[in-house]
Design a protein around this ligand. Sequence first.
Ligand code: AMP
Length: 129
Amino acid sequence: MASIFTKIIQGDIPCYKVAEDEQFIAFLDINPNAKGHTLCVPKQEINRIFEMNEEHYLALMKFSRRVAKALEKSIPCERIGMSVIGLEVPHVHVHLIPINEMKDMTFQHKVVLSSDEMTALASTIHGHL
Ligand code: AMP
């Protein structure tokens, strides 16, 4: 069965899209740790990040770095944190999280943003790519 991220990539489920190229897509996490929490996802559905071949993995890092730099320009924060988990969605994704303190990386502290705020945020980040 297609992962929820494959359904987003195919356009069957909406997302707050930040960036896209031939191989990858970036969109806002629907349950963000912090304002601007973004997921960078390969379009090819692969479960575990270290199952990716080296070229594909390095391309994901390059894409994530580009998105992270746009995030830094969009959200006032101490730095951009990065993590890879995949326990909830078994389709590779890099979490990019604007952080100010360690709790912003814990996935226990969440922020709630309106749909309008998410739309505006995605547009702002996209504008800084
Ligand atoms: P994990 O697989 O543990 O790395 O976590 C999956 C992440 O995907 C969580 O932070 C979720 O909030 C996020 N997520 C799940 N469904 C969606 C969706 N439809 N759109 C955006 N983010 C999602």
